[in-house]
Design a protein around this ligand. Sequence first.
Ligand code: NAD
Length: 419
Amino acid sequence: MTLYSGPVFAMAREQFNTVADYLEIPHGERDRVLYPKRAVAVSVPVHMDDGSEVVFEGYRVQHHLTLGPTKGGTRYSPKLDLGEVAALAVWMSWKCALAGLPYGGAKGGVNCDPYKLSRRELEAVSRRYMQEMIPFVGPHIDVMAPDMGTNEQVMAWFMDTYSMYHGTTTTEIVTGKPVSCGGTQGRREATGRGVAHLVGRAMERIGMKPAAATAIVQGFGNVGAVSAQAMAERGVRIVGISDHTAAFYDPKGLDLPAMTAYAARNGVLKGWSSEAECDPASLLTQPCDVLVPAAVEQVITGANAGALKCRILAEGANGPTTPEADRVLRDAGRDIFVIPDILCNSGGVVVSYFEWVQDLQQFFWDETEVLTRLGQVLDRAFTRVMDRVAADRISHRDAALALGVEKVRAAKQVRGLFP
Ligand code: NAD
């Protein structure tokens, strides 16, 4: 297939082939497991505030329908392309399968810069994108959620647009909505809390005490900010934080509440402090116990992997570590406990699943129930990955991917060629 190109899809394919070799999947069967079932590209025309008309490109990739509807986030980014969206959809499939959720993976988005759109323009992009997607999505076909550049408000606009078209409120068409319109308790914080929960499990394994540990977090959006906050609540000292505008490092610890308030006021971290500001490229290689990349793909590469100084690499973002970086870490015999992305950030889709279930039943749970069940699902997945690592002496990433891939493959083998 030539449709899916670019470095991010190449990375997803390389990871898959490594695992397919280990699982001894015949070459003739691999394309069927790897390549998406379908991809939709749409034009999103919008009246801008200055009176001009701009047409943005929108995408949605649905990886497979073998286990249920597809599920996945919606990304707004000026660098977005179909290959990246397809890679993210493929990773979602392995993630859902590892967590035991009845979904295939999907991903979508619009090639736009959400930081440069006014609120009215953002609403226009969001409503028109969903309008174009109506023929291809549905509560039992494909369910959207937030990702980079989108949030609860965007999900509310999606849900409202879909609902008004159908003439009936259909809360279960998206997850990550505000609680006031059918969202679940705990969804906004779910990914970051899940990251902190799994960092806690990794610390237990290597005998590290949270109160004596330090962490650096790249990205200060939904995943990064909540991960930092949730680790700080467990006693971890947050020594480094960045967003796309600035990076800050202070071995004595950063003032998280002040940074959160500053980012809420200004939208970005730039200008927060001149003393703690550092070179964004060097933030990832500063000394710390826990490193959490929680922004974009491919930030830990062959060039900087050897210089990491963390003990735990907790992948809040999707695809932050390239296969070349994985090889550098392995060949250098580095003792870094990797919590791979499809496990580490799976708290988001797990609570999205809880939201979908609650919406379908119109029967809502309290936050304690959501968090208790989230912890159970994450613990089960973590234990399965660790058991596989111990049994087959493979990397954490390969173990997590293998568990996801083999579940999807098994269902495809018994169902046949259609889904
Ligand atoms: P977000 O839009 O809320 O925040 C993204 C953050 O990353 C922002 O602070 C932005 O400034 C920063 N950023 C962007 N480019 C950067 C760069 N080059 N260097 C440093 N910081 C940069 O997005 P999010 O929802 O927090 O998603 C972050 C990552 O987590 C993505 O990889 C996403 O796919 C993944 N993820 C998100 C969820 C979720 O529930 N939102 C779930 C699973 C995985």
